[in-house]
Design a binder for this molecule. Sequence first.
Ligand code: DP6
Length: 383
Amino acid sequence: MDSMVTCIAPVNIAVIKYWGKRDEKLILPLNDSVSGTLSTDQMHAKTTVMRCKDFTEDKIWLNGKEVSFSNPRLLSCMKEIRRLSRESGTSEDIVNTKVHICSENNFPTAAGLASSAAGYACLVFALKELFGVKQDITRVARLGSGSACRSIYGGFVRWHKGDLADGSDSIATQIAPPSHWPLHVFILVVNDKQKKIGSTPGMQRTALTSELVQYRIKESVPKRIEDIIQAVKERNFDKFAEITMKDSNQFHAVCLDTYPPNIYMNDISHEITSFVHTYNELFPKPKVAYTFDAGPNACIYLEEESVPDFAATLQYIFPPEETLESYFKGESVQFGTVNEGLRTYPQQSPGLLKYIIHTKIGDGPKRLDSSEDHLLTLSGVPV
Ligand code: DP6
């Protein structure tokens, strides 16, 4: 064994969505996007990378199973890391050594959460450490999955679409660290069995067929990006909430404008939307914001002070099938009081939500130093 590195990396949830590419191979987006990085305490990808002169080929295991290394996105990340490593002055011997990679998520892929973003961010971050890369690696993570470039930083992050054809200016930068505004997040995992079209083919279809997406990228997004960055800097929650919800709605409108349409939200998602608006109307300014990715699950952003009463009202309107303890996962929740204004709101039948993950804005990827954390043995096979 020459060297072994293990890292964890976070999930991120966009508040201004990335949807549509101008270059499929380099994964260059049509518009800038902004996201919040979620704490690795609740959800993360974990990856061990190892280089050894005795290895004869690059190998990868995902969630315990060996898979082919011939995935073009994986190959393009590896190639770019080796190129940057050479540029950083790492010796040719090391650059050309074969690697073994073992990666897993601590959250169910079936929950429809952005597992590829955390996975590629983790892989690229770990490889950077292994090969002594000194340059920006958000560009490399982007080659694995567009949204992965935003998981390289904690807090609030912007992915600049860039203008250059080679993608060298399509990078992610941090807007603010987690300590600036540690918003809380509830992920409402919705019961749903329907198979949805994946992000990659879904956005391809949008770029080819939607007229609305043109309006979105030219008119809506540039202004929203500036406004939401200002809202984050000022910790202006009501402004942040309004932009977040409007952008999620427009993203799904663009999906419906795609031909044939990409339908991601279901009846339960629409119930959540209407519940959130009713809840917000009880206050002078919005208290919670929903956003939906390419699936039916809702991600709710809220300030810490809003957590107890919102959690109590949420479980009252969307009751669990079983116990309250197993309904809320992640960070513990102190339940407040059910808002009186919602006592007359129709209570939903139990079990529409599978469970709720309580988390918050957190840090970017980190290296784990203890040898017990490694997912590979010293001979380079999964533990
Ligand atoms: C709806 O990053 O998964 O979550 O670049 O093709 O791998 P590829 O797509 P991906 O798309 C994410 C889309 C989204 C919005 C977002 O995260 O900005």
